[in-house]
Design a protein around this ligand. Structure first.
Ligand SMILES: Nc1ncnc2c1ncn2[C@@H]1O[C@H](COP(=O)(O)OP(=O)(O)OP(=O)(O)O)[C@@H](O)[C@H]1O
Length: 259
């Protein structure tokens, strides 16, 4: 990073700035000229019916599918052209709608691999002792996501809700500054949803996030601000209380929601 760019990044209070971001797939404009910013530490919900472009927007931010147009800044630095791993190194994390876990391995080993994966040191083939810093970090993560008691069980034996909690733990590995959660409450029971809300609310305050969520109750409990997307565009932006009672939002959101 150039000095001027670095200074700009220190001075910026925005974690994320999207300027005119679009993503096309052939003739389909999945994300259409999206502009918004999220301040450091802010918790934002993105709502929208199926196909509104929410996950595609995440993919442009992480670099999985870079934007066709527009610019993305992360803590002031233009990351539009950076490969995904460089964005991860800068503290950007995400979870996916589909599980990305190692099902045959214990919870703790999954977390350990996540910690090592985002670290800069080379992975050793030797099994680390329990006092290895990455093993200690993995245990701390298991605690943060309420999975301490099942830390030694293979992922395949966990409930769906526990697996989703583990995905959050994987995203917390290293030193995340901002996390993109893609429908973390999908398929969860009411009790599991409450646990998820507790976990998200207890995240350290400097970690901002965007949560894509179809469950309005979950989204509005954990978010401070809400962006509603419709047909690839930003349709509305506001505070949870205003968005919840907005008739236009209810119409498009409830009109196209699933589940
Ligand atoms: N890799 C891809 N190739 C082609 N079209 C895609 C691709 N990814 C997404 N799309 C299309 O882009 C549009 C937006 O999809 P996206 O998954 O971003 O919506 P979404 O708001 O996340 O929906 P959901 O709530 O169902 O996850 C959809 O029409 C989808 O079919």
């Amino acid at each position: 990073m150039q000095r001027a760019e670095r200074l700009k990044s220190v001075a910026s209070s925005n974690a994320l700035e999207l300027s005119g971001v679009s993503r096309v797939f052939g003739a389909l404009v999945a994300v259409d000229n999206v502009t918004f910013s999220v301040t450091a530490g802010e918790r934002r919900a993105i709502l929208g019916s199926n196909g509104a472009g929410k996950t595609t927007l995440f993919n442009t931010i992480t670099g999985d599918f870079p934007p066709s147009n527009g610019r993305i800044r992360f803590f002031g630095e233009d990351i539009t052209e950076l490969p995904p791993y460089e964005r991860i190194r800068r503290g950007l994390r995400r979870t996916y709608q589909n599980s990305q876990l190692f099902r045959g391995l214990p919870v703790l080993d999954n977390l350990y691999l996540a910690v090592r994966g985002v670290g800069r040191r080379r992975m050793s083939l030797l099994r680390p002792g329990e006092d290895h810093p990455a093993r200690i970090a993995a245990r701390q993560l298991a605690h943060a996501i309420h999975l301490e008691e099942v830390a030694d069980r293979p992922v395949s034996e966990l409930s769906h809700g526990q697996q989703r909690q583990l995905e959050i733990g994987m995203a917390l590995a290293g030193a995340p500054r901002f996390i993109l959660f893609d429908e973390p409450a999908a398929g969860l029971s009411p009790a599991e949803r409450r646990e998820l809300v507790d976990i998200l609310k207890a995240l350290p305050s400097h970690i901002g996030f965007i949560i894509i969520e179809h469950d309005l109750a979950v989204a509005l409990q954990v978010a401070e601000t809400v962006t509603v997307m419709h047909q690839g565009r930003v349709f509305k932006h506001g505070l949870p209380a205003d968005i919840e009672t907005d008739p236009e939002v209810q119409k498009i959101y409830l009109g196209g929601r699933h589940g």
